[in-house]
Design a binder for this molecule. Structure first.
Ligand code: PBG
Length: 325
């Protein structure tokens, strides 16, 4: 029987070296992925008001920032494109000269050997209605017609040099459809990250500014209800079955229970996305002097790792890599 006073739990906390020796969860630069925005019609970076420290890059500044990111030892960059012109089908998404595909080519050439170059595979940045898929005659998001668009996007992105596709659109069957399209064209090595449990979250607010989102209404017919944990697991199991190499839970901090449940149930890597609203909350509180910025950032990331994430997408990736050094 172990009890006080023979056992003193504080013994394990007595000094920094002892605490360091018994710490269960680690945070390493290689476990961080930096999401980056590239915008078509600009020549200088443009600040994003709701995400202090994050910018919309020009093609040139993106290339330089990706090179800097590689220097810090992070595991990868996830690229998002903001086109100048949008249309109903999001044709900028699978155009080889579309901004995201051009940027992918440039970044892959610059840092493709140093880290994993990744791209967001979703239509919402490219459609004039802002939805993640194409619409049917009634204005509803058409699942199966969208899969055709995703297949074409996947080939364009893999062709541009993306090493990992982030499937964030929440269409049924998207993993299997994209895997098949890639394999048919010989892209056997292109990795698929399924945003399996992606919730219709209020914490995406600042991202909508970041990508100049055209959305009116919401995404609740495809993104998940925040009240559902079992369904999050079900989505992840489906995606593994369809051939996902990695599954994701998103957002992170408001869904740590889902993350743990998925981690315990699958054998593939599990990632989490610390989304724009999570970033903005900590930045805003810190700017007001209400919390201490660096420890809050580190604690937030540690909690996501502790809950089961192997890798975290975070807008602080490169800064945190510097803190850890
Ligand atoms: C959709 C997408 C979104 C985010 C990443 N991919 C927005 C959405 O689903 O509305 C949000 C990321 C963030 O908030 O940081 N392509």
């Amino acid at each position: 029987m172990s009890r006080f006073p023979e056992t003193r739990l504080r013994r394990l906390r007595q000094s920094a070296p002892v605490r360091s020796l018994v710490r269960e969860t680690s945070l390493e630069a290689r476990q961080l992925v930096l999401p980056m925005f590239v915008r078509e019609d600009i020549s200088e970076p443009v600040a994003i008001g709701s995400m202090p420290g994050v910018v919309q890059h020009s093609l040139d500044s993106l290339r330089r920032a990706a090179a800097d990111a590689a220097e810090t030892g992070i595991g990868g960059v996830m690229l998002f494109g903001i086109p100048e012109v949008r249309d109903a089908d999001g044709t900028g998404a699978d155009d080889p000269h579309g901004i995201l595909n051009l940027a992918t080519e440039a970044v892959a050439a610059e840092v493709g050997d140093a880290l994993v170059v990744q791209t967001d595979l979703c239509l919402d940045e490219f459609t004039d209605h802002g939805h993640c898929g194409v619409l049917d005659a009634s204005g509803a998001v058409d699942n199966d017609a969208t899969l055709d668009r995703y297949r074409s996007m996947a080939l364009a992105q893999a062709g541009a040099g993306s090493q990992l596709l982030g499937l964030s659109g929440m269409m049924d069957g998207q993993v299997a459809a994209i895997r098949e399209a890639l394999d048919t064209e010989g892209f056997h090595d292109t990795l698929l990250l399924a945003y399996s449990a992606k919730y219709a979250s209020a914490f995406y607010g600042p991202f909508r500014e970041a990508v100049d989102s055209q959305l009116t209404g919401d995404r609740r017919t495809y993104q998940m209800d925040p009240g559902n944990r079992r369904e999050g697991l079900r989505e992840a199991l489906f995606d593994v079955d369809e051939g996902a190499d990695i599954v994701m839970v998103k957002p992170a901090m408001a869904f740590l229970d889902v993350l743990r449940k998925v981690r315990d149930a699958v054998d593939v890597p599990v990632w989490a996305y610390q989304v724009s609203g999570e970033y903005a909350m900590i930045e805003a509180a810190a700017a007001n002097g209400w919390i201490t910025r660096e420890p809050a950032i580190l604690e937030s990331l540690l909690s996501i790792r502790r809950a089961g994430a192997d890798v975290v997408l975070t807008y602080w990736a490169t800064e945190v890599a510097g803190m850890l050094r």
